[in-house]
Write a new protein. Structure first.
Ligand SMILES: Nc1ncnc2c1ncn2[C@@H]1O[C@H](COP(=O)(O)OP(=O)(O)OP(=O)(O)O)[C@@H](O)[C@H]1O
Length: 515
C-alpha cells in the first residue's frame, strides 16, 4: 500500500494537491510567473542579428497571417527606404529588432535600392514565415524621446480609414465611431497617433488621425459653415431657446421660421470648436456616490416629456424631475414646488447674477428658468434627477458634481413617425394649454431639428435612443439608466475626476473649447 506508514497529515496533503483544481491552480501560477500566456514568437535563427563591417544588420522577423505592423516611406533627401512607424503590439514591435528610422536595404535578398514603397509592399505581402531584412539602424534618439502614453480618450467624431485618401496605410489604421473609447499608445508623430480601440479583441494598435490633424481638417471645412452663419442672429438667452420642461410648448412664431434659419439659430458655437478627442478615465460608481444626472435632449415633440413622465411614474422613489422657476403669477390649478417655484423678479435676477440657472429666458414679460438648486434638491434626496434642457446648456452641468449622462431622444424615420403618432396630440399654444394632432410639417420639422442637434451636439451624447414604439423606447431607456447603478466601469471625462489632465495628455494637446 502506497500510503503505508505515512502520517495522516502527509496523506491528506497528498490527496489535496492531487486534486485537479489544485493542479490547475499550480499550472496557472507557473504560466503567469513565466508569462508564457503572451503570444510566442518562434525562435530566432542564429543569424538573426549579424553585424557586418558597414554596420549593416541582418534582421529576421517571423511573419504570420497578420501584417508585420510597420509602415515604410522614402526619405526625400537620401532616397532611402526607411521604417516610418512601428505599430505597438504588432510582430515588428514585439521582436524589438526593427525600429522607426531604420533604413531598409534588402528584403529576403532583394535589394530595395531605387524602389518605391509601393513596389516593396508586395514583396512583404508574399512573404510567409521568416522575413530577412538587411537594415542600417537609424538614430536611437527618436526612441528616447518617444512618448508612449497610457491615455484613454473618447472619440468625438467618426473615422473610417477606407474613406481617407491621406492615411499612410489603410490596413494599419483603426476605424472608430463617435463615442468609442481609444487607448492612445503613441503620439510621436504630429499627424498620426497610434491607438487601440477598447473592446477590440486584437489588442493591435493602429493609426488614428492626431488631434492636430483632425482640427486642421475641420478648419478647412469651416469657411462653408461660417458662410451659412452670416445671416443668423447670435444665440442669446431669448425665450426661443428654452425647452418644454417649462411647459409652454412650441410657439407658432417659431414654427413659421424657415427651416434653414432654425437649423443654425439655436447655437453657433457648435460650428466653431472642432471636436476631436476628450480624455476619459474609468469611473466605478460606489454605493455612497450620488446618482448621475440624466439629461434628456431631443427635438420638440419627439417624446422627451412622455419618457420622463413614464420613468417617474414607474418608480417615483427613484426618479425625480427638477421643477422650473418662474416670475409669472401662479394659476389656480398650479401648486408651488410642483409645477413651478414662483419667485419675484428681484429674486430671479439675483439667481441669474449668482449663475444658478442652467437655462433661463423671458417670455411675455416673465422669466422662466431651470435652476441648479432644483437639480441639487432632487439629487440630495438620493433620486435620479431627470433634466430636460437645450444641449447648448449641458456645459453648465458638465461637472464632477452632476456627472451628467446625456440621452438623445431621436425620432424614427418619417414612415414610423406617421404610424406611431397617428393618435398623439402635442402642446401647440403659447401657454401650453391647447393641444392638436401632429401635421406632416411637424414631422419634417422634428426630423430637421434632430439632424441639427445630432450634428452640433452629438459629441455630448452618451446614448442615442430612437423613439418609435414608445413602450419599447421606455424599456430601453430604463434599462440603460439602471446600468449606471451597476459596478460596471463607466468612462467619464478625466476633468471630472481630477483637477488637471495627465502629464502625457497635456504634453500632447489640450482639450479646451471642445464643449
Ligand atoms: N413613441 C411615441 N409614440 C406615440 N406617441 C408618442 C410617442 N412619444 C411621444 N408621444 C406623444 O407625442 C406627444 C408629444 O410628446 P412630448 O410632449 O413628450 O414631446 P416633447 O419631446 O416633450 O416635446 P414638447 O416639448 O414640444 O412637448 C405626446 O402626446 C406624447 O404622448
Amino acid at each position: 500500500m502506497l500510503y503505508h506508514g505515512w502520517r495522516d497529515e502527509v496523506k491528506e496533503l497528498l490527496t489535496l494537491i492531487s486534486k485537479p483544481h489544485f493542479k490547475s491552480l499550480l499550472r496557472t501560477h507557473d504560466s503567469v510567473a513565466k508569462r508564457d500566456f503572451e503570444p510566442a514568437l518562434p525562435p530566432l535563427p542564429d543569424d538573426a542579428m549579424e553585424e557586418d563591417e558597414e554596420s549593416v544588420k541582418i534582421v529576421s522577423l517571423v511573419k504570420t497571417k497578420e501584417p508585420l505592423g510597420a509602415t515604410i516611406k522614402k526619405d526625400k533627401s537620401t532616397g532611402a527606404i526607411v521604417v516610418a512607424r512601428i505599430m505597438r503590439g504588432g510582430s515588428a514591435d514585439k521582436s524589438g529588432l526593427i525600429h522607426e528610422g531604420d533604413e531598409l536595404k534588402e528584403v529576403n535578398g532583394v535589394s530595395l535600392e531605387h524602389r518605391k514603397p509601393k513596389e516593396i509592399l508586395p514583396l512583404l505581402a508574399c512573404s510567409e514565415g521568416a522575413v530577412k531584412f538587411k537594415i542600417i539602424p537609424g538614430s536611437t534618439k527618436e526612441e528616447m524621446t518617444s512618448c508612449v502614453t497610457k491615455v484613454f480618450v473618447r472619440a468625438l467624431f467618426d473615422y473610417d480609414p477606407t474613406e481617407d485618401p491621406t492615411v499612410p496605410c489603410k490596413d494599419a489604421a483603426v476605424a472608430f465611431k463617435r463615442g468609442d473609447v481609444l487607448q492612445i499608445v503613441g503620439t510621436d508623430d504630429d499627424t498620426w497617433w497610434q491607438a487601440r480601440r477598447l473592446g477590440d479583441g486584437s489588442g493591435r494598435a493602429g493609426l488614428v488621425p492626431s488631434k492636430q490633424l483632425h482640427e486642421r481638417r475641420v478648419a478647412l471645412q469651416r469657411p462653408r459653415a461660417l458662410f451659412k452663419l452670416q445671416n443668423i442672429k447670435p444665440p442669446g438667452d431669448s425665450f426661443s431657446g428654452l425647452r418644454r420642461s417649462f411647459r409652454l410648448g412650441r410657439k407658432s412664431s417659431r414654427a413659421r421660421k424657415p427651416a434653414q434659419l432654425r437649423r443654425w439659430s439655436s447655437e453657433t458655437h457648435g460650428a466653431v470648436c472642432p471636436r476631436t478627442y476628450i480624455e476619459v478615465v474609468p469611473y466605478h460608481k460606489e454605493p455612497k456616490d450620488r446618482q448621475r444626472l440624466i439629461v434628456l435632449v431631443g427635438p420638440s415633440g419627439v417624446g422627451v416629456n412622455e419618457l420622463k413622465r413614464r420613468l417617474v411614474i414607474s418608480e417615483p422613489d427613484r426618479y425625480g424631475v427638477s421643477v422650473p422657476y418662474t416670475t409669472r403669477k401662479k394659476r389656480r390649478q398650479e401648486s408651488e414646488g410642483l409645477d413651478y417655484h414662483f419667485v419675484s423678479v428681484q429674486a430671479f435676477e439675483e439667481l441669474i447674477l449668482n449663475h444658478r440657472f442652467v437655462e433661463y429666458g423671458q417670455y411675455r414679460g416673465n422669466y422662466y428658468g431651470s435652476n441648479l438648486d432644483s437639480v441639487q434638491r432632487v439629487m440630495a434626496e438620493g433620486k435620479v434627477c431627470l433634466l430636460d434642457v437645450h444641449p447648448s446648456k449641458i456645459k453648465h452641468v458638465y461637472t464632477s458634481e452632476f456627472k451628467p449622462y446625456v440621452v438623445f431622444v431621436k425620432p424614427p424615420m418619417i414612415e414610423e413617425l406617421r404610424l406611431t403618432r397617428r393618435r398623439a396630440k402635442f402642446v401647440c399654444d403659447e401657454d401650453g394649454m391647447q393641444v392638436r394632432m401632429f401635421s406632416e410639417e411637424d414631422f419634417e420639422e422634428m426630423l430637421d431639428q434632430a439632424e441639427m442637434l445630432d450634428s452640433q451636439y452629438g459629441h455630448l451624447f452618451d446614448k442615442v435612443i430612437v423613439n418609435g414604439d414608445v413602450a419599447a423606447t421606455f424599456r430601453e431607456l430604463k434599462a440603460d439608466v439602471e446600468k449606471l447603478d451597476e459596478p460596471e466601469v463607466q468612462w467619464v471625462p478625466a476633468a471630472w475626476m481630477r483637477s488637471a489632465p495627465t502629464k502625457a495628455w497635456r504634453s500632447c494637446s489640450s482639450l479646451t473649447g471642445w464643449i
